[in-house]
Ligand binder design. Sequence first.
Ligand SMILES: [Zn+2]
Length: 155
Amino acid sequence: MNNNDSGASSVNSGGRERRRNAGVPKRCWCGEAIIAKMSKSESNPYRRYYRCAFAIEKKLSNDNHIFKWVDDALLSEIEALTVRTEKLEQVVADITNGTMEVAKKIFEELQMKLENESDQRVEEAVAEAKNEMKKMMLVMCLGCIVVVGCTKLVG
Ligand SMILES: [Zn+2]
């Protein structure tokens, strides 16, 4: 009965349980500190792990005191961080979207005003350019006449 209960609850709260134990363990459930040790086993040589200080002191094996590979712990820590960062990014995106919409409206209004203004300016500029062109043409024509006249004089 007791076994059944704990089994069912651990299945149900599996996700939450994993998150609570995710990352680098701070303290064993027994209250002892966690110590980082180097594995000397043949299957995992030089692999670092976190272990309950009490279990190390008593040289326990096959116990249920905390044992966790450092790389696994760091990986889950990074995963937890990534989830947090994604959530943060979502919040920032929401804020940015909200701000962008307001900014877009302001920008569109500004653009409308600018377009109206710039239309006038462009027309003025075109008119001015046309005048300049007329002047240029006149100067060039005069230049041609002068050149032609000079060559005639020389010839
Ligand atoms: Zn312990």
